[in-house]
Design a protein around this ligand. Structure first.
Ligand code: RB5
Length: 154
């Protein structure tokens, strides 16, 4: 599986730790920045880059990190077909894949520690969408995008 990573300038350390962690587990990780903590990167930029890489099929899923995980997920969720979920504990990370078919996990480097972040990505990447009754609900989310002019199909 190919995973796109993105973060702002304050979350580079955690991004690098998680990339290395997933690479050791056999995931192919692509880094969409930020790269240098001294150079400010506003969170919408990496959020958009990773989301668009998923949309284009360059990566399968994404990991986004900023201070809280909120800003970067809000940006990513503007891209049609993206379901980015901010999680600060493993239970939600699993459920957002099983029920919401989330394709991006977002975290806050000011919220979670390194070991908790590893547990969160383990749950996220270990889970599968359950389909069934959840299909219709996820389709309803796409329906909102389509209502406002966005159209993107997997
Ligand atoms: C940057 O200071 C901070 O605002 C950002 O990382 C993020 O927390 C926004 O949601």
């Amino acid at each position: 599986m190919k995973v796109g990573f993105g973060c702002d300038h304050i979350a580079i350390e955690l991004k690098n730790i998680l990339m290395e962690y997933l690479e050791e587990k056999g995931y192919e990780c692509l880094d969409f920045g930020a790269y240098d903590p001294k150079v400010k990167v506003n969170y919408p930029e990496p959020g958009q880059k990773v989301a668009e890489a998923i949309m284009r099929g360059e990566v399968d899923k994404g990991v986004l990190i900023c201070g809280t995980g909120i800003g970067i997920s809000l940006a990513a969720n503007k891209v049609p077909g993206i379901r980015a979920a901010v999680c600060s504990e493993p239970y939600s990370a699993r459920l957002t894949v099983q029920h919401n078919d989330a394709n991006i996990i977002a975290m806050g480097t000011r919220v979670v520690g390194t070991e908790l972040a590893k547990m969160i990505v383990d749950e996220f990447f270990g889970a599968e969408f359950e389909g069934g009754r959840h299909e219709e609900r996820v389709r309803m989310i796409s329906g909102i995008e389509e209502k406002y002019g966005a159209k993107w199909h997997e």
